[in-house]
Design a protein around this ligand. Structure first.
Ligand code: NAD
Length: 250
């Protein structure tokens, strides 16, 4: 059955072909939602949206640019009349050690992952509040929980831990307005975020630490996002959901 029939969803950073955002946008569309794919490159965003069907929209949006973000969300609200779901998926990582984090590295990683999540949420919250309905899903990471994932440096762990704090604080503040906010903490998912640095040997080593014995897929994360964006999770807010094959059972 279609879990998002008649809903309108925005997914940031969803142009990446093998990415978590694209898989999420696709699953939402299959469940009846109309989806906007936002990403840095307009042509890539449009192409990704066209893949989902003609009613979906692809737009250029740098989530770190407050004015640009406001414009895009206002345009979508005007076009659709409502925005029901926001997935803050845009993210970047850098495999640096603590002493190698230069100011520009800190800015880049904190800005996209954390500032972008704040700005896009701020852009959509007034619409959601006025309708007393909304779901925000934020992409954190196992890196936030265990102090480093596989490719993320300490600044990435800090940014994703910041996303968890922001998620919980927003969930608390927005709960009276029936806006639910949750975070997904993916473990190791094979996407392009690793920037080609994943060797077959490294993959085998990673798998040894995963009780389920395999890397996650983008669809594994999309399924969790669908749960959090739909009424299946009607009483779930402020939670962090692990999607990691059991890597962090404690
Ligand atoms: P990806 O690199 O495939 O996709 C990320 C997308 O974000 C790209 O399309 C990129 O263009 C876009 N983007 C980057 N900066 C942007 C900006 N300023 N504004 C708008 N878009 C921007 O990555 P992915 O693996 O699909 O990751 C998606 C999310 O999941 C990220 O937040 C990532 O940190 C998180 N995550 C991924 C993994 C994993 O193992 N792949 C694990 C944990 C968390």
């Amino acid at each position: 059955t279609a879990l998002l029939q008649g809903k309108f969803a925005v997914v940031t950073g969803a142009a990446s072909k093998r990415g978590l955002g694209k898989a999420t946008a696709k699953l939402f569309a299959e469940h009846g939602a109309t989806v906007a794919i936002l990403d840095l490159d307009e042509a890539a965003a449009r192409e990704a949206a066209a893949d989902l069907g003609p009613q979906h929209v692809g737009m250029a949006c740098d989530v770190t640019d407050l004015e640009g973000v406001k414009k895009v969300f206002d345009a979508l609200a005007a076009r659709w009349g409502q925005i029901d779901i926001l997935v803050n998926n845009a993210g970047i990582t850098q495999p640096l050690k603590i002493m190698d984090i230069a100011p520009k590295n800190y800015d880049a990683v904190l800005d996209v992952n954390l500032r972008g999540t704040l700005y896009c949420s701020q852009a959509v919250i007034p619409h959601m509040r006025s309708r007393k309905e909304g779901k925000i899903v934020n992409l954190s990471s196992v890196s936030a929980q265990r102090g480093g994932g596989i490719f993320g440096g300490p600044h990435y762990s800090a940014a994703k831990a910041g996303v968890l704090g922001l998620t919980k604080a927003m969930a608390r503040e927005l709960a009276p307005d029936n806006v639910r906010v949750n975070a997904i903490c993916p473990g190791f998912i094979a996407t392009d975020i690793t920037g080609g640095m994943l060797t077959p040997e490294k993959l085998e080593e990673i798998k040894l630490g995963i009780p389920m014995g395999r890397a996650g897929t983008a669809d594994d994360v999309a399924g969790c996002a669908l749960f959090l964006a739909s009424d299946l999770s009607a009483y779930v807010t402020g939670s962090e959901v692990d999607v990691n094959g059991g890597s962090l059972i404690h």
